[in-house]
Design a binder for this molecule. Structure first.
Ligand code: G3P
Length: 216
């Protein structure tokens, strides 16, 4: 399973890249707005300098024509830019057109298996089911993820399943167990993946014993 960073923060992306786990990056308008008054295209370019894998830049137009304009413009920022379109009718029309022009599209805000099928039929390169946001409303986001993976396995669609809105290590582990192509993970959750209290306790004990024996 590939790891994408679900952040627009350059320090977080650099830190994950240092561990060799930044296979790509996903941004969205909320994540970009958290970075303050940055120029959108320059900021995406800066991310693309750190990460050679796919970097998602999201359209903010609600009309197909506007998404096409933004998508074509953003695709020129760097060869690894992927255009994010919402799972709306306008978004899927833009997905179809951009994909036919050779521009990769990540279809975002997917909350049902039916929507995931529509995105694959439109030629999306990635489908982003939002796991945590379904959990937030009392549904089980991981059930949706499994449904999409099962359905896609029946066909030769090129669409990769990109598990998004990952809120905990359990989400990451279960996505890996199911065979999701990619998980896009916030830095906070990446950090949690390293942790185990017995590792900390064991390391402290090893070093204490080492120093107790007079060694430096
Ligand atoms: O990249 C979009 C998605 O991962 C958003 O996650 O935590 O805002 O639901 P969240």
């Amino acid at each position: 399973m590939k790891f994408f960073l679900d952040t627009a923060n350059l320090d977080e992306i650099r830190e994950a890249a240092a561990f060799g786990i930044a296979d790509g990056v996903t941004t969205n308008p909320t994540l970009i707005s958290k970075e303050g008054d940055v120029d959108f295209k320059e900021h995406i370019a800066a991310i693309c300098k750190i990460v050679s894998g796919p970097v998602s830049a999201e359209c903010t137009s609600e009309e197909t024509e506007g998404m096409l304009q933004q998508g074509r413009e953003y695709a020129k920022i760097a060869p690894n830019v992927v255009i994010k379109c919402p799972l709306t009718r306008a978004g899927l029309k833009a997905t179809k057109q951009l994909s036919s022009e050779g521009i990769k599209v990540n279809v975002t805000l997917c909350f049902s298996a039916a929507q995931a099928i529509m995105a694959a039929k439109a030629g999306a390169s990635f489908i982003s089911p939002f796991i945590g946001r379904l959990d937030d409303i009392g549904e089980n986001g991981l059930v949706l993820l499994q449904d999409i993976i099962d359905i896609y396995r029946n066909y030769t669609w090129k669409t990769e399943v990109l598990a998004a809105s990952m809120r905990s290590p359990i989400h990451v582990i279960e996505a890996a167990r199911m065979g999701a192509d990619i998980a896009t993970i916030p830095f906070k959750v990446i950090d949690q993946l390293f942790n185990h209290p017995l590792t900390d306790k064991g390391q402290a004990q090893f070093l204490a014993d080492w120093h107790k024996s007079g060694r430096k």
